[in-house]
Ligand binder design. Structure first.
Ligand SMILES: [Cu+2]
Length: 321
């Protein structure tokens, strides 16, 4: 599903709730899957093995006039990451109560995004708009959980992928074009995320560009089917995450966990998605829209060592009046 793919007419309002579940499993570098053993051989002591992220996004749109549509969105995030410890790292396994596995979790509200969408073309068969959004650092970047290390399983700062926000003010420009032809519609959207500052844990997440192209066809007056391709490119995060252990105290030449190092961040991907949409056109549910989308990578080129994404399922509801 594409955020900000439409604008509204003067006086209209819209609320939306979307739930996204992302499943990641196994490590990968560039376009090659890597075993845990390969990550340990690259001098890391701990590797992530799985991650699931559930995100519920609440959105509000309103158009004070035909020239601008305002949009606000806030996510609630629930993330879980499983880790494996290098079998030879006996001191760390001992500090982890003898287990080679541990799981970290974080949950809470993420970054509030507000945006203005500005239509610059509107005809019978096509419409286009610019968007300019800003993401505010309302999501925590100080999430901690029990992590094995000196002194045992203690509450410690988690690496950036487990944090709820970027910690920075981010600028999000976009441009969207949608063309309608009989019962078909075609859309393109290009967007970017530019991080404007360094956060208070001394790092800045990578900037991103993202291009989506989709096609949708009406199956009936209620149902439509859509297909989408998405290209995303993210640069590596900059800086050194503060309050993170980089070297295990018992083996100072080894590295701790991949996610602590910015070289294991960023990359490029192409996702393919298929979606089904339903709109109630009469009765007491009139105007309610429901949508479900299943997305999976068809190309995934990751910097360093990172978890590979298996699937992203999104289910959404929206109502405009
Ligand atoms: Cu809307």
């Amino acid at each position: 599903m594409v955020m900000g793919d439409h604008t509204h007419r003067a006086g209209e309002w819209m609320v939306s709730v979307r739930h996204m579940r992302m499943d990641m499993e196994g490590m990968r570098s560039s376009e090659t899957n890597r075993s845990s053993q390969e990550v340990f051989s690259a001098n890391y002591t701990v590797t992530p093995s799985n991650m699931t992220m559930d995100m519920t996004m609440i959105g509000l749109m309103s158009a004070p006039n035909d020239k601008v549509t305002l949009m606000a969105m806030i996510p609630y995030i629930d993330t879980e990451m499983d880790h494996e410890i290098f079998p030879m790292a006996a001191p760390l396994i001992a500090l982890n109560n003898g287990s080679r596995q541990f799981t970290t979790r974080s949950s809470g509200w993420g970054d509030l995004k507000i945006a203005g969408l500005f239509p610059f073309h509107r005809s019978e068969e096509a419409r286009a708009h610019f968007g300019l959004g800003v993401s505010l650092p309302t999501g925590s970047i100080g999430e901690t959980d029990l992590i094995p290390g000196p002194g045992g399983l203690l509450s410690r700062q988690m690496p950036a992928p487990m944090q709820l926000g970027s910690g920075t003010i981010d600028l999000m420009p976009s441009v969207t074009y949608v063309r309608q032809k009989e019962s078909w519609s075609f859309g393109w959207q290009a967007r970017a995320i530019a991080r404007l500052n360094e956060n208070h844990h001394n790092y800045r997440l990578g900037n991103q560009i993202d291009v989506s192209s989709w096609i949708s066809t009406n199956l009936s007056s209620h149902f439509s089917l859509s297909g989408r391709l998405r290209y995303n490119r993210a640069s590596e995060m900059r800086g050194t995450q503060s309050d993170i252990g980089f070297n295990p105290p018992f083996a100072p030449s080894r590295r701790t966990v991949t996610t602590a190092f910015s070289e294991n961040d960023g990359g490029q991907r192409i996702d393919a998605a298929i979606g089904l949409n339903f709109i109630a056109t009469e009765g007491s549910f009139k105007g309610n829209r429901f949508a479900i989308e299943l997305s999976t990578p068809i190309m995934e080129d990751l910097n360093g060592f990172q978890l590979s994404t298996k699937s992203v399922v999104t289910a959404g509801w929206q109502l405009a009046w």
